[in-house]
Ligand binder design. Structure first.
Ligand SMILES: [Fe+2]
Length: 249
């Protein structure tokens, strides 16, 4: 999958040392493209879609004649902060206001269909990596705090099959990092495992590892590992088993 959009300077963004869309540009869409994994440039297929900004994709898979893609879509990206804070001008755009969103690209008709799956402000999505590239049922997403800059105040699990949503909030002054799925030994399904996140407690000045049951996120952490040092709030994360690490050594 690919996305192509106008990358033009805007004076307001320039003043803020950032890039943004040109408000005079009437380009009707940010066309996505589909190509085979080992395809060549002449095999790229372009589709039309509504203008937007996408920071992270959840997953994509084949379904009949269609390629389906779930992503965190920002429908109204802003380069100007609405917060009065020294860091806000650098990171306001990362508050994102992103929605979980689904695209369907029909390879036969060339048509795109698209719609929001939910309206919560979520980002930094993950799924059980064993199912990446195939239709997932569950995605695990970080809830974006209503703060001057990028902070995660909770985890949201979406069930695509039922539309159900489960959430855990870390609590006041506690900010997480992306929470990748770690399969349980002998795991047999997408929720048969754990979510692992670093949580930074501002009041205590302490870092923690929080471990959640992926089948019951709302129950809160199964375990909290209090760390001897503070771990600053981070964004991306992944889970790698010890034997996988050793095999790369
Ligand atoms: Fe990223």
């Amino acid at each position: 999958m690919g996305l192509r959009g106008p990358t033009l300077t805007d004076c307001g963004a320039w003043v803020c040392c950032r890039w943004g869309p040109d408000p005079t540009d009437n380009t009707p869409s940010a066309p996505p493209s589909v190509t085979r994994r080992h395809g060549t440039a002449d095999q790229v297929r372009w589709f039309e879609a509504k203008p937007c900004y996408i920071y992270h994709v959840v997953n994509a898979w084949e379904e009949g004649d269609e390629i389906v893609m779930d992503a965190c879509r920002v429908k109204n990206p802003q380069h100007q902060t609405t917060f009065d804070h020294p860091l806000a001008s650098f990171l306001a755009y990362m508050r994102l206001d992103a929605q979980l969103y689904r695209y369907r690209f029909n390879l036969v008709t060339g048509q795109t269909t698209e719609h929001a799956l939910d309206d919560a402000n979520i980002e930094f999505p993950s799924v059980d990596s064993r199912i990446m590239g195939r239709h997932h049922r569950y995605s695990y997403n970080m809830s974006m705090a209503n703060e001057p800059y990028l902070l995660f105040d909770g985890i949201v699990r979406f069930d695509q099959q039922t539309g159900a949503k489960e959430e855990h909030k870390f609590g006041p002054g506690r900010w997480g990092s992306e929470a990748p799925f770690a399969a349980r030994d002998g795991s047999t399904g997408e929720t048969d495992g754990y979510l692992v996140s670093f949580v930074n407690d501002e009041a205590e000045g302490r870092g923690e590892i929080n471990v959640f049951d992926a089948s019951d996120v709302a129950a809160g952490p199964l375990a909290r590992v209090l760390l001897p040092v503070r771990v600053p709030s981070g964004f991306h994360a992944t889970w790698v088993r010890a034997d996988q690490l050793q095999s790369r050594a």
